[in-house]
Design a protein around this ligand. Structure first.
Ligand code: ATP
Length: 147
């Protein structure tokens, strides 16, 4: 019989970075991974000594090429996935923050993602591959319309 899977936990943090141009729908930046087939929100593992908001700013900058300033927390998501090499089940929590775009270009995204691109927020909701990411963007959209 195969040995039962062990349980691991991981905590990441990421962001919904937005920009608003006069007369246009609010846009947010998404990243494409897995050979460009999966669209998700930018995020990454928290490093030692980092606050979740600091990780969000750093990961958004690294993965999308965009610098942003924290507006507020949007929420958390949790999912499970299997790590084959370790025969481990991993319970992952990801914190998400709303960030206002300050500077930078999506052409400066890093090697961890295949693409980074701005989308009108309603199109971003359709493109996102994971339900958890969609729920976070829906919440961010409501927060932005209430501003
Ligand atoms: P990080 O970006 O935090 O460093 P990673 O790239 O190492 O993480 P994940 O993006 O968490 O790893 O991906 C691990 C597994 O979880 C993959 O199989 C991926 O398809 C899946 N996954 C990623 N994001 C989600 C999500 N929001 N909901 C469900 N499953 C997800």
């Amino acid at each position: 019989m195969t040995r039962p899977a062990t349980i691991k936990t991981q905590v990441s943090s990421g962001g919904v970075i937005y920009r608003e141009e006069i007369g246009k729908e609010v846009e947010i930046a998404l990243v494409a991974v897995k050979d460009g087939k999966v669209w998700s929100l930018p995020k990454g593992l928290m490093e030692k000594g980092e606050e979740a908001s600091e990780t969000a700013v750093r990961e958004v900058r690294e993965e999308t090429g965009l610098s942003g300033k924290i507006i507020e927390k949007v929420g958390d998501i949790t999912y499970w996935y299997y790590i084959k090499e370790d025969n481990a089940k991993c319970r992952k929590t990801v914190h998400f923050f709303l960030l206002e775009y300050v500077s930078g270009s999506t052409s400066d995204h890093n090697w961890e993602v295949d693409k980074a691109e701005w989308f009108p927020i309603r199109e971003a909701l359709r493109r996102l591959s994971y339900k958890g990411d969609q729920e976070i963007v829906q919440k961010a959209k409501e927060m932005l319309s209430g501003k």
